[in-house]
Design a binder for this molecule. Structure first.
Ligand code: NDP
Ligand code: ZN
Length: 351
């Protein structure tokens, strides 16, 4: 079979590989549509998870099941499925402890294009099919379904990590597709003010649609100066971080009220340390919590978030700004995600 692979850090291309084997609890699927993620860019061009040779890229797709193992109960060949980017081993001790995303080791629930071949391939392998796949609701298009792999669950996980409550004033740093879903999740959780940080025009327009009430550009001075001025020096209750670099945490801590919480879902692709401002962190005693996490993955979350979209309570369609037809456009879509043209939110390739 053909797959589009990371050949080594900085180099990619189509390669031939054996079709993966299906274990008793597994499924083999073929993508119906795939989406490119900023994480693919961190992995391939920044080497953020280290060297990988001939590893097929991609972790966002919806798919058709082509084969299932003998122990799989709820899925059969021909089923059209939502596929989460994170596919934990649900019987692991880490999953039993509530950290499915770290099943088998830190971040090891993230298997596609990390520990095994990803979904930019004619066929791909899904571990624990009953625990990880979900039936694609019939009124969700294959393009929109790709947003449920990672953008919706990751953006929403940032909101969970920040513990957004009714009436909160929330700062969302970064309004790419992940941050846009954090804005949407923050609005669904009942925030009163949502201050969004980002500059790309389409993203700003989409953020308004999803509920952002005010905007800050990180290009017009520091985020903290602007946010403190907008909040009469008081700061915000919660911060979701979905963009920027290591330095963003310093701004977030400075923007936060005592007792506030930061939920980070940004993948820090470079830099060595994250530093905290001592004084604004309450000289260590400000009760300002920092929670950073990979989204949990798995079937239940896919089913619930799929139900939210199917019920018309969350419109993910505006995220898919560039839709291509056919594998031959995959490379163009990937390079587009690296170069981030001004009108880009998310590139999707229909197969
Ligand atoms: P994008 O690159 O599309 O968006 C990044 C956003 O951050 C943009 O709004 C950008 O603004 C803004 N930004 C850039 N620089 C700064 C800065 N210095 N300060 C503040 N804001 C800044 O990324 P995605 O939405 O696709 O992904 C966001 C992050 O989430 C990525 O790092 C990705 O790898 C990660 N991720 C994490 C996952 C997880 O499970 N934890 C899963 C999937 C993704 P502008 O409008 O100017 O471009
Ligand atoms: Zn992703």
């Amino acid at each position: 079979m053909k797959g589009y692979a990371m050949l080594k850090i900085g180099a990619s291309g189509w390669i031939e590989k054996e079709r993966p084997q299906c274990g008793p609890m597994d499924a083999i699927c073929r993508p119906l549509a795939v989406a490119i993620c900023t994480s693919d860019v961190h992995t391939l061009w920044e080497g953020a998870i280290g060297e990988r040779h001939n590893m097929i890229l991609g972790h966002e797709c919806c798919a058709e099941v082509v084969e299932v193992g003998t122990l799989v109960k709820d899925f059969k060949p021909g089923d059209r499925v939502l596929v989460p980017a994170i596919t934990p081993d649900w019987n692991s001790l880490e999953a039993q402890a509530g950290y499915s995303m770290h099943s088998g080791g830190m971040l090891a629930g993230w298997k596609f294009s990390n520990f095994k071949d990803g979904v930019f391939s004619e066929y791909f392998h899904v571990n624990d099919a009953d625990g990880n796949l979900a039936i694609l609701p019939s009124n969700i298009s294959t393009v929109d379904a790709c947003m449920l792999s990672d953008m919706v669950p990751t953006g929403f996980h940032g909101v969970e990590l920040a513990d957004v409550q009714f009436g909160d004033t929330v700062l969302v740093i970064g309004i790419g597709p992940v941050g846009l879903m954090s804005v949407a999740g923050t609005a669904l959780r009942g925030a009163s003010r949502i201050i969004a940080v980002g500059t790309r025009k389409n993203c700003v327009e989409a953020a308004k649609l999803y509920g952002a009430t005010e905007f800050v550009s990180y290009k017009n001075g520091t985020i903290e100066e602007q946010v403190l001025e907008m909040t009469d020096g008081k700061g915000v209750d919660k911060v979701v971080i979905a963009g920027g670099g290591c330095e963003t945490f310093e701004s977030a801590v400075k923007c936060l009220k005592p007792g506030g919480k930061i939920g980070n879902v940004n993948y820090l692709g470079s830099g060595t340390y994250v530093t905290l401002p001592r004084v604004e962190w309450g000289v260590g005693m400000g009760h300002k919590q920092i929670n950073g996490g990979l989204m949990p993955g798995g079937r239940l979350r896919m089913e619930k978030l799929g139900a939210l979209v199917a019920a018309g309570k969350l419109d993910v369609h505006p995220l898919a700004s560039h839709v291509f037809d056919g594998w031959e456009h995959l490379e163009e879509a990937l390079f587009m995600m690296r170069d981030k043209p001004a009108d880009l939110i998310k590139p999707v390739v229909k197969i």
